[in-house]
Design a protein around this ligand. Structure first.
Ligand SMILES: [Zn+2]
Ligand SMILES: [Zn+2]
Length: 273
């Protein structure tokens, strides 16, 4: 039985770890070796209580980054499992670009870990889970929406009765250009009108858990959160598997806190760069 399983596995994922190329010693759920999987860990230390950006100093309940102090966010809180780099980034790419679907189960489990704390804020543990949709043409091209697969795996793993996946409310009606290199206002213009809400009755008065694979600048989830709130949602939380940690945001925090006696070497380096 095991031999049959192994040969089936070998035909599915022949040979080597798709992240580091080391030979795979035994059957694994995904074609990624133990070492690479162990290298993925959750964000640690102090983060902004609204957007999840990493901050300097000791963790404290309601600390905010400068951006969240300056601008009101349309979402109540955004959490992310890990930093968008290294093996976590590679694992997301394995699902998204190399179409290794079983990776969604692993990523969904990570997301479930980050979301468990959020759900405690909900009065009855219930929320509508909405994955950020792809444009129809993009989804047809890829064959699936990776965010939907991750959200589905997260819901299954959490096994909370009041948690329901809803994929028909939020629609992406226009393709958007890459956000890379755009200013804040250009990014907002870029996503304006890209999404619409169907059947708003489904979300009226409900708490929403908006799911995406990566939080980069937060422009897309902000636009969706704005629409959902306008359509009657009570609160919108955001959960992403990974988050881009901005070096410059950390740098600003360094300058904002001149009383700090010793900075970690990596931050000093970032400040001098
Ligand atoms: Zn590996
Ligand atoms: Zn923030």
């Amino acid at each position: 039985m095991i031999a049959a399983g192994e040969s089936l596995f070998a035909s599915l994922f022949p040979g080597n770890c798709r992240l580091c190329n080391a030979p795979l010693a035994r059957i694994r759920r995904i074609p990624v070796c133990e070492v690479c999987q162990q290298a993925i860990h959750s964000l640690e230390g102090s983060v902004c209580s609204i957007c999840g950006e990493r901050l300097l100093g000791e963790p404290a309940p309601e600390r905010r980054c400068l951006e969240c102090i300056r601008f009101a966010r349309p979402f109540a809180r955004a959490v992310a499992y890990g930093s968008y780099e290294g093996e976590l980034r590679a694992l997301i790419h394995l699902l998204k670009y190399q179409r290794v679907r079983p990776a969604a189960a692993v990523l969904g489990r990570m997301l479930a870990e980050s979301v468990a704390g959020l759900l405690e804020e909900s009065t009855d543990g219930s929320a509508v889970v909405i994955p950020i949709p792809l444009h129809r043409a993009k989804q047809r091209q890829r064959g699936f929406n990776q965010t939907e697969l991750i959200a589905r795996a997260m819901v299954e793993h959490l096994y909370v009765p009041g948690l329901k996946l809803e994929v028909s409310v939020l629609r992406r009606c226009r393709m958007t250009e890459s956000q890379t290199g755009l200013t804040r206002s250009q990014r907002r213009r870029n996503v304006r009108g890209a999404f619409t809400i169907q059947n708003p009755g489904t979300i009226a008065g409900r708490d929403i858990l908006l799911v995406d694979d990566v939080f980069t600048t937060g422009t897309t989830v902000s636009e969706c959160a704005r629409l959902l709130r306008r359509a009657g949602a009570a609160r919108v939380w955001v959960a992403t598997v990974a988050r881009v940690i901005k070096r410059e945001a950390i740098f600003i925090q360094v300058r904002e806190q001149p009383a700090m006696k010793s900075e970690p070497a990596e931050l000093r380096a970032a400040a001098e760069a």
